[in-house]
Structure formats: structure tokens, C-alpha cells
Design a protein around this ligand. Structure first.
Ligand code: GGG
Length: 352
């Protein structure tokens, strides 16, 4: 029997709740499909930071390298600034394992009411390919003259040819396998260096993919158009910051952050990929037992797909789809129900 070793980092807040609720469901899906998953749990996150001053150990990235895949819950804690938690755990893993594609599907499921008038199941189905290792999150800059009135902060965005080409190529490949339409997002009217460079690189890479129809949008227009005409998007490729922002819009128009999965991958690499729900640690509902576990289960579906275990991946995705389409099924408050995390997970388990 095939077996995979998965590093599980529940992290902070509701990350722990959704990871714990989803685990029996995904283990069952694996067993049904004829393979096993062994999980090693890491207590990395803000509790560790408050205790020892570090979100993860110095050799954390190296310890993850030996796994087939990584699953992460959430990071963020009300007592610690968000930049400390994000730069202490999530971003170093993405960069350290060179997971340059952040893949975020946005699907409007049957049974979910979109806030957009006139949009029903199947009308919204696009995927965002967010550059995940450089751009605006490159941490290039500094802060000088603290406390003086000439205090200065500089934050530079870093776009390399290699980094831009590879995210563009991954997005074009995805568009080739989907509907053949790619939207490239920039702010190249205002940012005449990095974003015009992005446009140039996308235009060059597009020559390798003549069957893909390319649309260019400024990020402000894209924010509007995702709400105005979401059915026309197929594959969206964007920088680190723009991709992050646009996928929160995507989560809202498809019903809830609680339904938004993601994967951080380096296609074909020996390093493990990392999967996580798009949502954060949600301190406002921690301990209430109402966090939606579906984004986590869908992220596990993406993890199984990445490992080539498509039967288990499909089983999890179908279980979520069926549950959402069933009016009598339990659902959490973010999508209009009153059920708890555990009830939703138990119902999913029964649908496998
Ligand atoms: N699920 C992981 C998590 O906690 N995400 C919240 C967050 O702040 N993400 C920022 C990012 O994806 O760059």
C-alpha cells in the first residue's frame, strides 16, 4: 500500500480547529482510495513565539524537506503584530521551499448564494496563479531615523526575469488545460518599471502558447470586473500582493473565505508543496466551534491531487460539493447555517 508522510502545522486560532476536524475525513478518503497518510504534527506558531521568541525552529525548512507534502492551518494572533507571525512562519516556508505558484481556485458551488445578483452554481469558476516568492513580499527595504520627523520607510518590490517567467509559464500551462483564457494583472500605467517588465515577460511567454487568449487588466479594473463579470475569468496571473488581494474578492463572490482552498507549489520540484485554507486564524471566532472546515478539506483535495492521488482528491471535492448542494446538510454560520465545525466534518465523512 502506498503511504505518504505529511507535515501538519495547525498554527494559530481556528487553524487548529479546522485541521483537527478535517484530519479524520481526509484519512478516511485516503484509506478508501487504498493509500495511507502518516502525519507529523509541528507546534509551530504564535504560542511557540510567545514562549520561545520564534515561530518555528531555525532548521524548520530543512525538517520539512523530508516530507511528501505540508499542510498548514493558519497564522495570526491578536497579541503579536501580523507581520511578525507572517514573516515568522508562512512566508519563510513558501520561499524556503521555493513554492513559487500560489494556486487559488474560486468556484461558486451549488447551494451557495453569491452576493452577486444573477450568479448561480457553475457561473464562477476561475483560478488565480499568484506569484509566491518575490514581488511586493520580497522584504527589500528598511526603516531609518526612527523617532525623528525625517523617519523614513522604504519597501521595494522585486521582480526577476526567472521569477516572472516561471509564474507566467505555469499560468499559461493551466490555461491550456482549462478554457484557454488568461488574464494578466498589473498596475503598469502607474508602476512603469516592474509592471511594464511583467507585461513584457507575459507577452514573451505568450508566444509559447499561441492557443491561449491573453487579456491584460490593471488591478483596479480587475477588482471591479471580478464583481461585474466574474464568469469571464478562467486563469488569472498576478503578483504576490495583487494575487493576495484579488483572491479575497474571489472568496467573497463565491460565498465565503471558509470555502477558499489553496496550494503553494513548485511544479515538478523535489521539495514538498504546502496546502492551506486561504483564511487566517480568525481570532473573533476562536473557541466558538463554528469555523468552516470546508476550505481545509478542499485544500487536502488539492494536496492529494498534487501527489497524484486523484481518486481521493475527487472523493473529497465531491463530498464537499454534495454537502453544499444538500439543503438538509449541516453548514457553518459563514454560509448561512448554525452547525459546528465537528458536525460539518462528521457529515462529510459519512458522504465518502
Ligand atoms: N491559511 C494561512 C493563513 O493564515 N493565511 C492568512 C494570511 O495572512 N495570509 C497571507 C498570505 O497568504 O500571503
Amino acid at each position: 500500500m502506498d503511504s505518504y508522510e505529511i507535515a501538519v502545522i495547525p498554527g494559530d486560532g481556528i487553524g487548529v480547529e479546522v485541521v483537527d476536524a478535517a484530519l479524520p475525513v481526509v484519512e478516511a478518503a485516503a484509506a478508501d482510495a487504498g493509500f495511507e497518510i502518516g502525519t507529523t504534527r509541528f507546534d509551530w506558531g504564535t504560542e511557540r513565539y510567545l514562549d520561545r521568541g520564534e515561530m518555528m525552529p531555525d532548521d524548520g525548512i530543512d525538517r520539512l524537506r523530508g516530507f511528501d507534502s505540508v499542510f498548514l492551518g493558519a497564522v495570526g494572533h491578536p497579541e503579536v503584530p501580523d507581520h511578525v507571525t507572517l514573516h515568522g512562519l508562512l512566508l519563510p516556508i513558501r520561499k524556503g521551499l521555493d513554492q513559487y505558484v500560489c494556486k487559488r481556485p474560486n468556484v461558486l458551488f451549488e447551494g451557495i448564494e453569491s452576493p452577486l445578483r444573477g450568479y448561480g452554481p457553475g457561473d464562477v469558476d476561475f483560478v488565480v496563479y499568484r506569484e509566491n516568492t518575490e514581488g511586493e513580499y520580497a522584504s527589500v527595504g528598511g526603516r531609518e531615523h526612527r523617532g525623528f520627523d525625517h523617519e523614513t520607510a522604504v519597501q521595494s518590490a522585486l521582480f526577476t526575469r526567472r521569477g516572472t517567467e516561471r509564474i507566467a509559464r505555469a499560468a499559461f500551462e493551466a490555461a491550456t488545460e482549462r478554457e484557454g483564457h488568461l488574464t494578466s494583472i498589473t498596475k503598469s500605467n502607474a508602476q512603469a518599471h516592474s509592471m511594464v517588465f511583467w507585461d513584457d515577460v507575459v507577452a514573451e511567454v505568450s508566444e509559447e502558447f499561441p492557443s491561449v487568449d491573453v487579456e491584460r487588466l490593471l488591478v483596479d479594473a480587475a477588482a471591479m470586473d471580478l464583481i461585474r463579470r466574474p464568469h469571464e475569468f478562467d486563469v488569472v496571473v498576478a503578483s504576490n500582493l495583487f494575487g493576495d488581494i484579488l483572491t479575497d474578492i474571489g472568496a467573497q463572490i463565491t460565498g465565503s473565505m471558509g470555502l477558499a482552498p489553496s496550494g503553494n507549489v513548485h511544479p515538478g520540484d523535489a521539495n514538498p508543496s504546502m496546502f492551506e485554507p486561504v483564511h487566517g486564524s480568525a481570532p473573533d471566532i476562536v473557541g466558538d466551534g463554528v469555523a468552516n472546515p470546508l476550505a481545509t478539506v478542499l485544500s487536502w483535495s488539492m494536496l492529494f491531487d498534487d501527489l497524484g492521488e486523484t481518486a481521493a482528491a475527487d472523493a473529497l471535492w465531491t463530498a464537499v460539493t454534495d454537502q453544499l448542494a444538500d439543503e438538509s446538510a449541516p453548514r457553518t454560520p459563514d454560509i448561512g447555517g448554525s452547525a459546528g465545525t465537528g458536525n460539518v466534518a462528521a457529515d462529510l465523512r459519512s458522504r465518502l
